[in-house]
Design a protein. Structure first.
Ligand SMILES: [Zn+2]
Length: 268
């Protein structure tokens, strides 16, 4: 599932190519994917790209196109036939097409003037200047819940999905079932550093390649080679060599080293 790094690689990859392109039209080939008024954006040019959480934002002269790839969505630029499984297509005067290709069809496209209408509910951007360790300490002190679902909560921090959450908790030596109110100062700081470190590292390596994700140039991300625990059930932990285990937390597959990420601390 595309998470913050994968969406960010579309942002940085598509911007140099697509800025200045003028829209000729657009349509939803799968009705549930969009009820946007594509007539309203005809003749508008792309002026910029942005991202909030897992949402990709195309700024136009007057409006914005917002795309969420959900489970299996990817973006294809083409000049030829519309690819199979395209749910939404945008056409440009240079004869290129931007297609949301999505075989499970959960991805969505909006056209809005006010971006906040769609992304206003999102929590803090984990790589922003505002997300300091001091700020994180205050954020986590208000929470009591289990760590894994908390990291996945887009209203808490925007952009973290299943693979990032598992990798972050592994690096921070925190069991996914620990609750926020049991963390000491040092653990809170480790969690903060791990959030920044893992997301930055995944962006640097172009994200992962799970399911249908490919980068903007059709190239596969290399971060999957750097994964320590995600989808590594039974393989040796890179630190202690004990097998990685898989548990279910909040209905999500969760991977961890139970030796490195202890649920209960020894009482001595
Ligand atoms: Zn281990």
């Amino acid at each position: 599932m595309p998470e913050l790094p994968e969406v960010d690689s579309y942002r940085t990859g598509l911007a140099p190519t697509m800025i200045g392109w003028k829209i000729k039209g657009g349509k939803a080939l799968w009705k549930n994917a969009s009820d946007a008024d594509f007539y309203s954006i005809i003749n508008q040019k792309i002026t910029g790209f942005d991202r909030r959480g897992k949402y990709l934002i195309l700024n136009l002269d007057k409006s914005n196109i917002i795309i969420h790839l959900r489970m299996t969505g990817r973006i294809d630029l083409t000049e030829n036939e519309t690819p199979e499984y395209t749910t939404v297509e945008l056409d440009f005067y240079n004869n290129k097409k931007m297609c949301l290709v999505d075989y499970r069809k959960f991805g969505k496209v909006w056209v809005v003037e006010d971006i906040e209408k769609i992304v206003g509910h999102l929590g803090i951007e984990p790589l922003s200047k505002q997300f300091t360790s001091k700020k994180f300490k205050l954020m986590i002190k208000k929470r009591k819940g289990t760590l894994k679902p908390l990291l996945l909560n887009q209203q808490f921090i925007a952009g973290i999905g299943n693979y990032l959450a598992d990798e972050i908790l592994f690096r921070a030596n925190l069991h996914p079932l620990r609750t926020a109110d049991t963390l000491n100062k040092k653990e809170i700081n480790e969690l903060y550093l791990s959030i920044r470190h893992i997301i930055r590292k995944s962006i640097r390596f172009g994200g992962t390649t799970f399911l249908t994700f490919r980068g903007p140039e059709g190239k596969k991300g290399k971060f999957w080679k750097k994964l320590q625990v995600f989808r590594k059930t039974g393989e040796p932990c890179p630190h202690c060599k004990r097998p990685i285990t898989r548990i279910i937390v909040g209905q999500r597959s969760t991977h961890l080293c139970e030796n490195k990420q202890k649920l209960h601390k020894k009482l001595h």
